[in-house]
Design a protein around this ligand. Structure first.
Ligand code: AMP
Ligand code: ZN
Length: 502
């Protein structure tokens, strides 16, 4: 960090899945930025993998606001149309859940939408501007399909009305598939389709059980295809062309490819519908994708019941870059908790130094509050991290560094903490270390003693006095503390109950 602090932040570089390269972000209508985030299908509780997708989208939103943009973010609620397979096969996931639970689809949607909203709040995910529900927008979806029909992009089969991907320019661009690849890579699951990749815009009635979510249309009673809602609701709330579309990588090959095909056919203006497509990688559990349908999922609620503060999960997800696969484990979660605890302990006496505005600061407002060269360098470092395709691990490392830098005065640390919080959303300026672990029942007064023992043990280990080190480990265990030796040093955390069997 030898560069002298400059008044301008870095340009924001984002990895665009369209072309798979880093690009400098420029919005269509600055300072406004429109972001559409594929929302939850509300047929089951959101699991930690889903929540990684929304913490990522929230991080993007925070980065844009940090850069001074005004963000309008739409997160849809899928309460109709998402089938048990993304390839137009199977039943509607909502219907399956309703039959399984013996409740109406409306009740199912209410329960799981509420659960999603609760998790959003607990994870300090900034609320979206609008959370539109698919089932409230079916008439608009029908109008959209009429336009595609008038333009000759559709054809009918007994099972519904289909989009003819053979007529679409550049179909599969986002998935990096050529037409050959598309033909080979997709399963022809519906009799009579012209191209294997063709997808349903409207699904005809397939049985009595579907009645509860049927709408009349010129193609007969039925329900909209899943991809339709995202095209229609994004354009309704963000305008025909908007800046960024996000989702998990599983949406990159089918759902988003189809959204693009139908939207560009609908608009027909030769322009790219959306300029930037960002996709988060999976959270894995025992090395497999955590998924609602496969079972074996863990919810935020499970973590809370086990005594973890939601910010610990947020911190955990930020320790990996959003484009890296990440394994969930309770050991890793404990390590995240230990880091967050150390951070909060370090800054506990720096709390009441806010600027009093109650506003989330951005790069420029923070720069004005920083007087020292060192303080400004940390700020620039954080800006650089955010600007490099949302490098949250690097931003976290800088927070670790500036909270240990004794050359900074209290006001500066406070300004940097607030800035870091705009980016990371960890509640650093206000969360108390006690909030973090009412459960772990380690008295604050015991912390100093624990750290003394941990350090004594490290010294013993360094001097190869193994018996002493083991004795200290046992002593720590009696205090309810477990230690792990990592490349970065020894970490300690409270011993808790065993993780739930999943
Ligand atoms: P769904 O509710 O299934 O429609 O998924 C909601 C969001 O979570 C989508 O953006 C998915 O791509 C994303 N997602 C699903 N499973 C995972 C996972 N294991 N890790 C990360 N993101 C996921
Ligand atoms: Zn979508």
């Amino acid at each position: 960090m030898s560069r002298s602090p400059s008044a301008d932040g870095r340009p924001l570089l984002l990895f665009n899945s369209l072309g798979r390269r880093l690009e400098e972000f420029t919005p269509v209508h600055p300072p406004q930025v429109g972001v559409y985030t594929c929302g939850p299908t509300v047929y089951a509780y959101p699991h930690l993998g889903n929540l990684r997708a929304y913490v990522f989208a929230d991080g993007l939103r925070r980065a844009l606001e940090w850069k001074g943009y005004e963000v309008r973010q739409i997160v849809n609620i899928t309460d109709v149309g998402h089938l048990t397979s993304d390839q137009d096969e199977g039943e509607d996931k909502m219907l399956v859940a309703a039959l399984r639970e013996g409740r109406s689809m409306r009740e199912i949607a209410q329960t799981y939408t509420q659960a999603f909203m609760d998790d959003v709040r607990r994870l300090a995910i900034l609320p979206a501007t609008v959370y539109p529900r698919a089932s409230d927008h079916v008439p608009e979806m029908i109008e959209f399909v009429k336009v595609l029909e008038a333009k000759g992009y559709t054809y009918g089969l007994p099972t519904g009305l289909y989009f003819d991907t053979g007529r679409s320019q550049d179909y599969g661009r986002l998935a990096l598939l050529d037409r050959e690849g598309v033909r080979e890579g997709r399963i022809e699951s519906v009799e009579g389709k012209r191209n294997a990749a063709d997808f349903a815009l409207w699904r005809s009635r397939v049985g009595e059980a579907r009645r509860a979510m049927e709408w009349d249309s010129r193609w007969g009673p039925g329900a909209p295809g899943w991809h339709l809602e995202c095209s229609v609701m994004s354009m309704k709330y963000l305008g025909n062309h908007f800046d960024i579309h996000t989702g998990g990588v599983d949406h990159r090959e089918v759902h988003h490819v189809n959204e693009i095909a139908q939207s560009e056919a609908y608009l027909g203006d030769g322009e790219a519908w959306v300029r930037y497509w960002l996709h988060n990688e999976f959270l894995l559990f025992t090395r497999e994708k955590m998924s609602k349908s496969a079972g074996g999922t863990i919810r935020l609620e499970d973590l809370i019941e086990r005594g973890y503060h939601p910010s610990v999960f947020r911190h955990f997800t930020l320790t990996a870059h959003y484009r890296s696969k990440m394994n969930f484990s309770f050991e890793a979660l404990d390590a995240a908790e230990a880091s967050l605890r150390r951070l909060l302990l370090r800054v506990r006496d720096r709390r009441r130094e806010g600027d009093g505005s109650g506003q989330r600061p951005d790069f420029h407002s923070t720069l004005e509050r920083l007087k020292s060269e060192a303080g400004r360098r940390y700020l620039l470092g954080m800006d650089e991290a955010v600007s490099a395709d949302l490098n949250t691990p690097r931003a976290l490392a800088l927070v670790d560094a500036f909270t240990q830098d004794t050359s900074l005065d209290r006001q500066e640390v406070r300004a940097l903490l607030e800035a870091a919080d705009t980016i990371l959303g960890l509640g650093l300026p206000d969360t108390q270390v006690e909030d973090l672990s009412a459960k772990s029942a380690i008295e604050d007064s015991a912390v100093a003693e624990i750290e003394r023992l941990v350090q004594a043990r490290s010294r013993a280990r360094a001097a190869a006095r193994w018996e002493e080190a083991d004795a200290l480990r046992r002593q720590l265990k009696e205090l309810g503390v477990q230690v792990t030796d990592t490349a970065g040093g020894t970490e300690w955390y409270p011993i808790r109950r065993q993780p739930p069997a999943v």
